[in-house]
Design a protein around this ligand. Structure first.
Ligand code: KG4
Ligand code: ZN
Length: 338
């Protein structure tokens, strides 16, 4: 069946999302972002699952309406099975199983991390898709990893964080600086006005393709405490330089890891995804790397970088065409391996 409409459903963390895809083209991509977590400075799992339960029906309705299709036009339902927060995953999984059963259509289970990578195959005008084999670096508030991608469903994690995710490092450093959650975009904005070489922060030493960010957070905390003891207005007077220096450290750390992965695999085709790929520092560094190292680099549209259901529908379509279906016994999984 070539003209299929796949409904994708994502509920692994704090975004309730639904999307419809047709032959790689996104017809609708709806996301309900849960505001409630801002008050707590991070995602509260119990609140997240409750909000998913409230949002899922309206979000799916809206996705179908925006795609201008009826529920009876849907060929299959693709949903995020994991990894993620169990309570959040359960909402999307149960909803998808029931909906597919009611409509008597196939169900496709999707690995959220594979979806971040396969989001690069969503058709976008003026953008080329990565060629196999390529290296995918997924950087967000929940993930930090480098994956060697040999084919659509042939992937190997070659490096990952041993503690915090890079987005968490941005957010936690931002919290220390008194910035609201999520601090990543704000740090990026201040960084544009500051001197990236003014302050030095350490780059944690781990295996060449692995990441660690918890030491950086501690270093920022001690640095800020020390300086504020000398000058109470230190943060407000130097916020641009602090953010620029911090961002410079994180971006060059990410680039070091990518360079190590390129050296290790001999692959120069690079694709990044996840919310942190919105960061202007990493974007500029990747553009430079094209000229400097001859890499080919890919960054999806921002709406396909952050958690979204279009990427789930994209994987759903690829699996649907290969008849890789789930049975109705499928369950959510908080931790998963490709
Ligand atoms: O992919 P995402 O929306 O959600 C998941 O965590 O899965 O990523 C959100 C993360 C947050 O930590 C946020 O601070 C970070 O991405 N982020 C940024 C930027 N935009 C979003 N970090 C640095 N610079 C940015 N411009
Ligand atoms: Zn994600």
């Amino acid at each position: 069946e070539n003209n299929c409409f796949i409904l994708g459903i994502e509920s692994s963390c704090d975004d309730t999302a639904a999307a419809v895809i047709n032959n790689g083209i996104v017809l609708s991509n709806v996301v309900a972002t849960q505001k409630i977590h801002e008050e707590y400075g991070g995602v509260v799992p119990e609140l997240a699952s409750r909000a998913h339960q409230q949002n899922i029906v309206p979000v799916v309705h809206q996705a179908l309406r925006k795609a201008n299709i009826d529920k009876n036009d849907v060929s299959a339902i693709a949903f995020t099975r994991g990894p993620g927060l169990m309570g959040s995953l359960l909402v999307g999984t149960s909803f998808s199983k029931s909906f597919a059963m009611g409509l008597k259509i196939p169900l496709v289970d999707v690995d959220h991390m594979q979806a971040h990578i396969l989001a690069h195959f969503i058709k976008v005008e003026g953008q080329t898709v990565p060629k196999f084999p390529f290296l995918a670096m997924t950087i967000s508030g929940g993930h930090t990893q480098i994956v060697k991608v040999t084919d659509y469903f042939s992937m190997e994690v070659i490096g990952q964080t041993i503690d915090d995710a890079v987005g968490e490092a941005f957010d936690k450093a931002g919290k220390i600086l008194g910035l609201p959650y999520p601090a990543g975009p704000l740090i990026d904005r201040y960084a544009k006005e500051g001197d990236p070489k003014r302050f030095k922060f350490p780059k944690p030493k781990v295996d060449p393709m692995d990441f660690s960010f918890s030491g950086l957070k501690t270093a920022v905390l001690y640095f800020v405490e020390r300086e504020v003891a000398k000058d109470p207005d230190f943060i407000s007077e130097n916020i641009e330089d602090i953010c620029a220096s911090l961002q410079f450290t994180i971006v060059s750390y990410l680039m070091d890891k990518l360079k190590n992965a390129v050296k290790h695999t001999g692959i120069k085709e690079i694709a990044i995804g996840g919310g942190v790929s919105a960061n202007s520092g990493i974007r500029n560094a990747l553009i430079l790397a094209r000229q400097k190292y001859g890499w080919t680099t890919h960054i999806p549209k921002f709406e396909y970088c952050t958690d979204n259901a279009a990427m789930i529908a994209m994987v759903g379509e690829l699996k649907f065409k290969k008849e890789m279906f789930a049975t109705n016994e499928v369950t959510a999984k908080a931790r998963m391996k490709f």
